[in-house]
Design a protein around this ligand. Sequence first.
Ligand code: 13P
Length: 280
Amino acid sequence: MLVNMKNLLEKAQKENYAVGSFSVANMEMVLGVLKAAEELNAPAILQIAEVRLKQSPLEIIGPLMVAAAKSAKTPVAVHFDHGKTLEKISQALELGFTSVMFDGSHLPLIENIAQTNAVIEKAKAYGASVEAEIGCVGGSEDGSEDIAINCTSPDEALTFADKTGVDALAIAIGNAHGNYKEEPKLRFDILEKVAQRVSAPLVLHGGTGISEQDFVRCSKTGIRKINIATATFDSVENCVRACYNNNDIKGYYDLQAAEVQGAYENVKRHMLIFGSDNKA
Ligand code: 13P
C-alpha cells in the first residue's frame, strides 16, 4: 500500500532499524523491489532522482511508481530524490509522491533553511514528507559531478532541524554516491553527535559499497533511511550478463525476467542487512 515516508521512518525509529530507499529506472526494477518487499514482509521506499529524469521521464515513471506502491502488499513510500527545482518537486507532488527531497546542500545554511521551508510549505498541502540535506554527500546521483565530501557539522544539523522541522535529514559522514574509489571510512563520531542532538530520522546516501558492518552500525545509530542506487543498477546488469553467458536468455521476456531478478536480489540483500524484514 502507498504510505507516507514519515510513517515508515517513525516506526523504524521506534524499533531501531533502517528502511531501504531504492532508486529505480524502469518497471523491471520497480517489480524487483516489490518482490523483495513482499517476500520479506518489509517496508520499502521507491525513489528516483531529478538528474535521472533524462532517461526516465517523471510523467511516465512517476505514475508507474505510485501505482506499484498502491498495489504492493507491504507499505511502500514513493520518494523524489535530490530535488533541485521547485518545478520538478511540485510535479512529483502532483503525481502523488508521498515524499520529496529538497537538496540545498550546496547552499549557505540560512539559504538551505529558507528554501527547505518553502518546500515543506508546498508539501504540506499534499500531506507529503520532506527530506533535506546538510553537509555534502560526495559525488552526484548520476556521477555527472564530482562533489567533494563535506562532513555535516552536528551544531548546524541541530540548527537546521530546529528551524525547519524537516521529516528526514540526510547527513554527510564520509559517504559518497556511486562506486567508491577506495573503501569508505564513515565518521561514526559525527553520526553519534548528530543522532544525540537531532531527533528527526537521519538518512544515509551513497549506500553502494558500504560494508555490512557499517550498515548495521548506522542503522543502530539513528540512520533510518538508506539510499541504494548504483548497486541495483550493477546487479541488474550483472544478472543479465550472467544469464546471457549461461544461454538462459532465449527471447525478450527472459531478458526482462533477468532484470527483475537482478533488482530483487540486490534489494533483498540490503533489506536483510538493514533489519527491515518482517517490519511491514
Ligand atoms: P549509490 O548510488 O551510491 O547507492 O547512492 C544512492 C543515493 O544516495 C541516491 O540518492
